[in-house]
Design a protein around this ligand. Sequence first.
Ligand code: CA
Length: 671
Amino acid sequence: MKIKTMAIATILAAGTLAATAQSNFDAKFKEYPTYSGEDLELTVDSKGTHWRLWSPKAQDAIVNIYNQGKGGNPVKTIPMSFHKDNGTWTASVPEQLYGKFYTFQIKFDGKWLNETPGVWAKAVGVNGKRAAIIDFAKTNPEGWENDKGPKVDNFTDVIVYEMHHRDMSMHPSSGITNKGKFLALTEDGTTTPSGEKTGIDHLKELGITHVHILPSYDYNSVDEANLQKNVYNWGYDPQNYNAPEGSYSTNPESPEVRVKEMKEMVKALHDAGIGVIMDVVYNHTAENDGSNFSLTAPGYYYRHREDGSYSDASGCGNETASDLQQMQDYIVNSVKYWADEYHIDGFRFDLMAIHDTETMNRVAKELKEINPSIFVYGEGWTAGDSPLAPERRALKENVSKMENVAVFSDDIRDAVKGHYTDSSDRGFATGKPGLEETVKIGIVAATAHPQVDYSKGNNSKFAYADSPEMIVNYISCHDDLSLTDKLKESMKGEPEENQLAAAKLAQTIIFTSQGTPFMFAGEEVFRNKKGVHNSYNRPDSINAIDWGNKTKYHDQFEYYKGLTALRKAHPAFRMTSAEDIAKNLVFDKIDSSKTPNLISYSLKNHANGDSWKEIKVVFNGASEPQTVKIAKGNWKIVALDGKIDPEGNLGQTKGGMMTLSPYSALILAQE
Ligand code: CA
């Protein structure tokens, strides 16, 4: 998201603000007839071209046909006829109008509204103002019919890498030709000037399982007709939910090209064994009265206050109404469309708690019918208050009401590195005492555990997850300071080697914790954002990853590689039930008031079918060395003092007292 939201969200989650009830203004929308047929807006078949626009309260409606995506006059205007029973308007012509563009226009309250491509445009002209009629069969890359993402047995097996198209490839050091484009990830063999792998080869080398691409549907803020200006935006300003963003294509003027190139990116990643997760922002639109929702069914798709003004749980000017049937159908059908047409493997819901749990359950269930490997997760909070009752919101605290939906753990995020609102605040991994119990909530993936005292939790006071598959653990993402910048700010005055050590420790906590690990692109090479928190519209000079860092911080990269390899080789870190975690994950008794910033636990009993009988995991977040007592046995050393070897070949120990260097993790294993 592009705004500072979490403080309010945390308050709301704690239930200290009473939600306002649904307004009388919104009550009327429930009475609207709905239509969920698959032929909404545009169908081309052997009998011609057909339109069906849902707009129950329009007094009249037309389709304007154009020869081009921008400029010029309509070559034809077609009247539409109304179907009262389902609130749709239809029109047909006997020709297949491939290559043409169209807009809808409705008459509402006696006035003709502005033109709109509708809410279901799957292809659009430049800047998304007109819908395009294209033959999708012609947009498929070679071998598309056999294209498939990685099979996922359990969502805890997924390792998410969150990236923005421009961050990954814009820097000259990327060696990538199609900088900032979907095609960037289709290029094999790209390297930095000193020969380090970049792009898709880098992702393979790192060992992540899924990329999570920041919003890649058509958004509003970048002028696609002036790409030479190199404007940057995260894309949390949705315009057309069902068409790819034009600025990521090599030719935004051509409606086919963006579709084709996005598919080529998906195919290349799938061929590399990597899944593709899309960031989706159905919770609000870039515009209010001017949005495609407002221009097709004024008022309907949003929630309002009593006086009819837009309610604003998104902090961006409006919030959508998933609790209304036509909007719920819209969200469900839209993600299904991306899964079907683009073979997308997962969806990350922005400000998910603006949606209701019923909608999210439908999303997960209907996606699962298309592909059981599709991973659905989201931000279990809102940015402001909403008329939707808290018990209906897809909040973090309500995740157990949802099946096959996961939420981000802000618990572990804030406890490990320090609070996101205060750059100088330290966390468990950087020497701040008193956060041990909150870190443990993250380690057990917010499930009930006999040794975790939730009353001491900072962000949550109860075990909100029924299963580790409901939790995404992370230390940082596109929002706020990057991990590197956070460490630079909060560890001011300490040498860089301490910051590098703390980064390793922080990510070791994430990658060894139960739940699904998630990382922000580039942190494996100590990328920064030059200290900018909210970099959503800042230039590439702030946001692009300098891949020269891969040489400079090569040791850091090797460590991250070790983390992904360790996690993938050892199912003990990826348990699939709360019962297994309660049984097999045993914390060692440490009095945090006497020895703060020290956590030690074992994964026992060949947990989750692991080849190792027992794994010992110890974290020292203090600025001083700390000593722990390890049970007698034949231990292999997997990680120690900032080094990691997934095979456990760093050495051996018989147990006894072991000392951890400042800001470091110790991992031992017994066969
Ligand atoms: Ca756009």
